[in-house]
Design a protein around this ligand. Structure first.
Ligand SMILES: Nc1ncnc2c1ncn2[C@@H]1O[C@H](COP(=O)(O)OP(=O)(O)OP(=O)(O)O)[C@@H](O)[C@H]1O
Ligand SMILES: [Mg+2]
Length: 360
């Protein structure tokens, strides 16, 4: 059992507020990803949980115990950093055994535990290797084994694969997810790769300027972003700005009836929620590019006011540059000042350039 509870955590460095009133509960065996742009406070949160940074205020509890002021080695946490922080003067075995030796275990027990940890990360038999004889991916596996061998209650991973190429990163994140689930170890994983977060996490925390924008399961976050920032940060999104007047969002190409107060708003449409149809109207939107990704074709469309949208189409669709089209959307969300105003699955479409809400 290991539950992590973070309450109103705050960290200031002189004039910079790196983390601002951050709270989070992580359940036993859960893997939560901290996702956000560079400088959003991800590492600072992780370092405070691991005890490498003192919070300005707030509290961190593990299984009910207040660990906020404990030193790293007195906490039941294990941390893996972005750059391989192995000791280069020790071989792999000694790197992993180091923490166990401090716990004065018997030789036999240390050997057994190190072998087990190496096996777990797919490096059985590598104990005698020097660290410089390992690839980047193998070094990160050793760093992971070194944390896991101490059987921490909470595993903290700070972009552990950031320096590796994409294929290796994908493989390692699957392996880590596998190990994490097998051990049932409560884990916090920092990344600024949304794919990584979507692929691994039970829940994702989206951070911005040291504050939490949204915490949800990956599918919920993708399908129901609560802020414009999250909508733009997770996956691809098209945005159109216009005013709402008299209960109608009035973009020259998309109008939409919405029961919200008048004022400026931003319409958000996913590329896969848009559909194209040919149009003869000289007034219609035009295809500016079609990019074939094999699994799908991404079509760039320019609206009359110059706004550009991305539309995901089937791999056999044949849209060409210069073609005039009309668009229909099967789902939308509307934001104002970053907050969600309205969302729905009602069809919205442009009609011969002049648009209307299909059900209006
Ligand atoms: N030791 C420090 N002294 C002063 N400012 C710091 C320190 N550590 C972090 N910061 C600042 O705190 C903010 C958050 O930094 P943090 O390293 O947590 O971001 P991050 O989300 O991990 O970014 P990245 O994705 O680039 O790793 C940044 O503005 C950073 O400059
Ligand atoms: Mg960081």
């Amino acid at each position: 059992m290991a539950r992590l509870k973070i309450e109103s955590l705050r960290k200031s460095f002189a004039a910079t507020t790196a983390v601002d009133d951050f709270s989070l509960d992580v359940g036993d065996g859960e893997l939560v990803c901290l996702l956000g742009p560079s400088g959003s406070g991800k590492s600072t949160i992780l370092r405070m949980i691991g005890g490498f940074e003192q919070p300005t205020s707030g509290m961190i509890r593990i299984d009910g115990q207040d660990v906020t002021r404990l030193s790293p080695e007195r906490r039941p946490t294990g941390m893996v950093f972005q750059s391989h922080a192995l000791w280069s003067h020790m071989n792999v075995f000694n790197n992993i055994a180091f923490g166990l030796k401090l716990r004065s275990l018997s030789r036999g027990e240390i050997q057994r535990k190190v072998d087990q940890a190496l096996e777990l990360v797919g490096l059985a038999g590598y104990g005698h290797r020097q660290t410089f004889q390992l690839s980047g991916g193998q070094q990160q596996r050793v760093a992971l084994a070194r944390s896991l061998v101490l059987e921490p209650k909470i595993l903290l991973l700070d972009e552990p694969f950031a320096s590796l190429d994409q294929h290796l990163r994908e493989r390692l994140r699957e392996e880590v997810r596998d190990i994490q689930q097998r051990l049932g170890i409560t884990t916090l994983f920092v990344t600024h790769g949304q794919d990584e977060a979507l692929a691994m996490a039970d829940r994702i925390v989206v951070l911005r300027n040291g504050q939490c924008e949204q915490v949800d399961a990956p599918d919920v976050l993708y399908r129901n972003p609560q802020t414009e920032f999250v909508a733009g940060f997770i996956g691809q999104m098209n945005f159109l700005s216009a005013n709402v007047e008299g209960g109608r969002f009035r973009h020259p190409d998309f109008t939409l009836d919405v029961e919200v107060q008048d004022g400026p708003a931003v319409l958000a449409l996913r590329p896969e929620a848009l559909r194209l149809e040919p149009s003869d109207s000289p007034d219609a939107a035009g295809v500016t590019r079609a990019t074939d990704f094999g699994s799908h074709i991404m079509v760039d469309v320019e609206l009359r006011d110059g706004a550009r949208l991305k539309v995901m189409t089937a791999p056999d669709a044949r849209w060409q540059k210069g073609q005039t089209v009309r668009l229909a959307a099967s789902a939308f969300a509307l934001y104002r000042q970053n907050r969600l105003l309205a969302r729905g699955g009602l069809p919205v479409e442009t009609v011969e350039g002049r648009s209307r809400h299909a059900l209006a």
